[in-house]
Design a protein around this ligand. Structure first.
Ligand code: GRG
Length: 296
């Protein structure tokens, strides 16, 4: 099987799981469930769930066993995108090639769909750990990792940094803060969750966490590069928004070429950490490589 086929198979598993797990559109309150399904199902890259599954495989566990956690983290990601697009945040009208959730369902339902996705995520994550027979401390550790990634020192903190830095003279410290929280935190939690669920030792969890930290920074810088030079059709959203809002991004502060060099360096650092896992980490290597060449 080629790498593309392997990734395709994982994405299919994630999509099928999400489809059967999200409440149906016929279940009351229909508007909320329609908004949740609209935002989660469809054109996402599924990077975070694939990372959960690839980390589990790297630590010797069948990726299918961690599907609920993988799907839960995708629900949190979808939640962050819904809220990010709201008029009080980025005010974006397009996401994943479709009108943003709030344009279709209204702001109140969009806000609540995000909230409900977060609750569903933690339900899935907790159930997964118990169903795998993990000790309560381990189940709670996964929950804690993901909760921390979402909170004021994670996604939410990064989003505040992103908002408050608009129009400021960007510096390295500020940009690192934003990249590592807004994007890196959930990427790191995905990899750690996969490793903890696979009962990996502390040393291995620590190495994978470092891998994910490099990956998260690289991923956000590529996102910022694509906002400058990407193709809106492939991206499924408008480009040029960061520049228009004077956002503190790596390419804005250091230029496009330096941003590309930084991405290569971060990806190389991520891949070099995987040596101790041998061939078992091939999926994680491929993910890092994909990131280097992605165009959406
Ligand atoms: C949900 C915990 C939580 C907080 C809400 C709005 C907000 C606070 C945070 C925003 C975080 C945000 C939108 C970060 C951007 C991260 C990013 C690079 C998104 C794009 O991810 P891709 O490219 O998207 O993986 P697809 O559509 O492929 O899934």
């Amino acid at each position: 099987m080629t790498w593309e086929e392997q990734f395709g198979e994982l994405i299919e598993q994630v999509d099928a799981f999400l489809d059967k797990t999200l409440p149906s559109e016929e279940t009351y309150p229909q508007s909320l469930h329609r908004a949740m399904r609209y935002s989660v199902l469809g054109r996402g890259k599924r990077l975070r769930p694939i990372l959960v599954m690839a980390a589990a495989r790297t630590c010797g566990t069948d990726p299918a066993l961690v599907l609920p956690t993988a799907a839960g983290i995708e629900c949190i990601h979808a939640y962050s995108l819904i809220h990010d697009d709201l008029p009080v945040m980025d005010n974006s009208d397009e996401r994943r090639g479709k009108p943003s959730c709030h344009l279709v369902f209204g702001e109140a339902i969009a806000l609540l769909a995000g909230d409900a996705l977060q609750a569903l995520a933690f339900e899935l994550i907790a159930s997964n750990g118990f169903d795998l027979g993990l000790r309560p401390q381990e189940v709670l550790r996964v929950v804690k990792e993901v909760a921390q990634a979402c909170g004021s020192q994670g996604l939410v903190g990064g989003q505040v940094g992103d908002i408050e830095s608009q129009g400021c003279q960007p510096n390295q410290e500020m940009i690192n803060y934003i990249c590592s929280r807004k994007t890196g935190a959930l990427i790191q939690a995905s990899v750690k969750a996969g490793a903890i669920l696979a009962r990996a030792g502390e040393d291995r969890i620590a190495v994978l966490s470092q891998y994910a930290s490099h990956l998260g920074i690289a991923f956000q810088i590529v996102d910022d590069i694509l906002d400058l030079v990407g193709n809106p059709e492939k991206m499924g959203k408008r480009v040029g928004q960061d520049e228009a809002k004077h956002k503190a991004t790596y390419p804005a502060a250091f230029g496009l070429e330096e941003a590309k060099r930084k991405v290569s360096k971060e990806v190389a650092a991520a891949i070099s950490l995987l040596q101790i896992f041998g061939r078992k980490a091939d999926l994680l290597r491929r993910i890092a490589d994909f990131l280097l060449h992605r165009d959406h």
